[in-house]
Design a protein around this ligand. Structure first.
Ligand code: XMP
Length: 603
């Protein structure tokens, strides 16, 4: 883990962290661990994330400790654990979800296997007055757990309950130990901010000390200290993260010492390369090069179907292309180090902290990159910041607002939006709808799922998004996603899955569909109503048109959870007609699945 003082070592990239955090979040492998730290920072208090079993001696100068949620069960051997001595430090401790169960388990309470998990919205009823729940009576909360605390430890009181969790919140005021079964860090928990505020300020007595704009000069100092007399070589994507990381280096080191190379992977959206070139001109970049690597990436993806195999191939190809460029340009002479725009969530979702379940491999954390990190040849100035903090840094640096407002785009590009299939298969009619045997990735109870898709006959509606789709993904264990039919050239039960891999022709179809959607969004104003709008191509259709397009407009704060956004039906009908004019496209569907249980991207 990153050392608390943040000094750059050969094992860790530059993190930009300098002070001692007031609050430490102990990571038991939950997908939302970093979100907790982020929420505390939003309150203006410096928080960091450390391994769950960090020795108590290293945490005694903290004002508060939060134990995160995680996918494990305290009832199973080898589960992530804490140093129990932290519970006797006199430092206030808040356990969240798995952390709540861990507190009960260590202090003599009882944890039981739930009969079935509880995922989604629940109602919290406050049953006793307590500083943690001060100002709250009854409120909407968000649950994602399997086990439950059935008996609180001696010294604890139940302070809140929900329909299915008798002990939704517990407190031992004397020892200042608290546990909550629900997640205060996700936006769906109405009073989440209030609870964290109560903990951080009233219980821990933390002070305001975190302000992103004050961090910028410190990060620049760290860049200079890490880079020393070397130059920085940046692979930029035109996305917000690498652009801001690049600009930080540009400011810290001057335009002569910072090189930007944009690798054209052939997996980008229409017009992207020209746009990125104009962005870097505007930023004042002196050395900006475009490298055409399209054939190399397509060869690496040839014949692959499985998402993780595709992600690995792209990650490894990035490293190979980087090595080729570094060798041809004589960048390996010791005077160069590589810059990356990696941010916190990129490291957690790759299992970057010790215990997180692997949901998806991010391309900037594959083995080749890891070995460069170990060799001290990578600088990642944004690795301790979150997306909205990165935008704030960008504003501080004067990066034009139109760049900062760009929707996020995944590193592996359109390859993870162009689904492949290794066998021919038919759609399967069920009482619930039509099962399409194409698999997509999801996330449920902190763990990865890879399941089929259920297509509904009717067009998307609010009821389908809020009620029908969640009920189906909760009930059926063979699917993790539900889509609605916007328009087809053939009845959906007659659709077939065709064997398909990544080809230039399929990428061009996807690029066309994506450009049609983007153009529609920009002219209709829908662009500003969504946080991201992936367009996905699946090899589903009939002999005359073997592809279907999936529309996935979502809203999100940070990409960790997401809500489906419903498009007005007249606009959707127009858009569907335009997409069906692409000869190869047989059907258009609308993804009705929130995250969880679906991920934002399909792979
Ligand atoms: P998921 O699909 O995991 O996506 O719900 C969450 C957010 O992360 C983006 N994403 C990526 N970004 N490299 C990136 O830089 C990746 O490999 C990657 N995979 C997903 C995704 O677009 C969404 O905004």
């Amino acid at each position: 883990m990153t050392p608390a003082t943040g000094s750059a070592t050969t094992q860790q990239p530059n993190t930009g962290a300098v002070a001692v955090p007031q609050i430490t979040v102990l990571d038991t492998g939950g997908q939302y661990t970093h979100l907790i730290a982020r929420r505390v920072r939003e309150l203006g208090v410096y928080a960091d994330v450390q391994a769950s079993d960090t020795p108590a001696a290293e945490l005694k100068n903290r004002l508060g400790i939060i134990i995160s949620g995680g996918p494990a069960s305290v009832l199973e051997a080898g589960c992530p654990d804490i140093d129990p001595a932290i519970l006797a430090l006199g430092v206030p401790v808040l356990g969240i979800c798995y952390g709540h169960q861990l507190l009960a388990h260590h202090l003599g309470g009882k944890v039981e296997k739930g009969e079935r998990g509880e995922y989604g919205i629940a109602q919290l009823t406050v049953t006793a007055s307590d500083p943690l729940l001060s100002g709250i009576e009854r409120s909407r909360i968000w649950m994602s757990h399997f086990d439950t605390v059935s008996e609180v430890p001696v010294g604890f009181h139940v302070i809140g309950s929900s329909e299915t969790s008798g002990v939704a919140a517990m407190s031992d005021r004397k020892r200042r130990l608290f546990g909550i079964q629900f997640h205060p860090e996700v936006v769906h928990t109405q009073v989440g901010r209030q609870i964290l505020e109560n903990f951080v300020f009233s219980i821990c007595a933390a002070q305001n000390d975190w302000n992103v704009s004050q961090r910028v000069p410190l990060v620049e100092d760290q860049i200079r200290a890490t880079v020393r007399d070397r130059n920085v070589f940046f692979f930029v994507s035109g996305g917000v993260d690498s652009t801001v990381a690049y600009t930080l280096c540009l400011r810290a080191l001057g335009p002569e010492r910072v090189f930007g190379i944009y690798v054209d992977t052939g997996l980008m959206r229409e017009g992207e390369t020209e746009l990125v070139r104009s962005i870097f001109d505007e930023l004042g970049a002196k050395h900006f090069i475009v490298d055409s690597a399209e054939p190399e990436f397509r060869a690496a993806l040839d014949g692959l179907h499985e998402p993780e195999a595709k992600r690995r191939a792209i990650g490894e190809q990035f490293v190979k292309v980087q090595e080729r460029i570094l060798a041809t340009e004589h960048f390996l002479d010791g005077h160069w180090i590589l810059g990356q725009g990696t941010i916190y969530p990129d490291t957690i979702e790759s299992g970057g902290t010790a215990k997180a379940d692997l949901i998806k491999t991010h391309h900037n954390r594959v083995a080749g990159i890891q070995s460069l990190i170990n060799a001290g040849r990578i600088i990642e100035p944004l690795t301790s910041f979150y997306k909205d903090e990165v935008r704030e840094i960008g504003r501080e640096l004067g990066v034009p607002a139109k760049f900062l407002a760009r929707h996020p785009f995944p590193g592996p590009g359109l390859a993870i939006r162009c689904l492949c299939a290794d066998a021919h298969a038919h759609a399967e009619l069920t009482n619930d709808g039509v099962i399409l045997p194409v698999w997509s990735v999801g996330v449920q109870g902190d763990a990865r799922s890879y399941r089929k898709v259920l297509a509904l006959e009717d067009p998307p509606s609010r009821e389908a998004i809020e009620t029908i789709a969640p009920a189906l993904t909760n009930r059926r264990s063979d699917i993790n996603r539900v889509i609605a039919n916007c328009g087809t050239k053939a009845p959906i039960e007659s659709l077939q899955v065709f064997p398909a891999t990544i080809t230039k022709q399929r990428l061009d179809i996807l690029r066309r569909a994506d450009a049609i959607v983007r153009d529609f969004c920009l002219t209709s104003g829908f662009e500003d109503k969504v946080w991201q709008f992936p367009v996905v191509l699946i090899p589903v259709g009939t002999d005359t048109g073997r592809e279907s397009v999936i529309l996935r407009p979502i809203n999100s704060v940070d990409g960790m959870t997401a809500d489906v956004v419903l498009m007005p039906s007249a606009g959707l009908a127009t858009l569907t007609q335009r997409l069906l004019q692409i000869p190869e496209v047989c059907a258009v569907f609308y993804d009705l699945t929130h995250k969880p249980p679906g991920t934002i991207e399909w792979e």
